[in-house]
Ligand binder design. Sequence first.
Ligand SMILES: [Zn+2]
Length: 147
Amino acid sequence: MGGAMIITAREMFSVSTPSEYRDWIIGHGPARGAAAAIGVALSDVGNDHRGPTPAPVLAYINEGRWVGDCPQCNASMMLMRGAPFLCANCVNTDLGCQARPLIWPTDDQAEIEALLTVRSIANRNWTPGESVDLLRAENIEHRAEFA
Ligand SMILES: [Zn+2]
């Protein structure tokens, strides 16, 4: 798979709304059983959190995909813009299956993506805090390896 973009759950799972994304998460893997095991109805899975705001999950880019790591079980999840973080493995059972806040880079997403998509997919990596200047310098320094 090539193409000049960093993919999200939207492209990978063919979902177009946060609701479809949530349904995909619940419909695949162990999520349904994990929710049932703690007595949470499927209609309540992935709802906005109540009470104190949980620690946010930070979006990052791994091999051309926007992902986030679950703070509960460490599963890596494909992310979707506009949707909160809901783990397909543990469904955030430590929060009663409520969603976690998800933080995307604020200003530079388009430029980050543009600088990464000139690279081979294995080298399309970004972690929060890496500047566009750093990515630009890496593209020059590692031009041969990134091709
Ligand atoms: Zn998890």
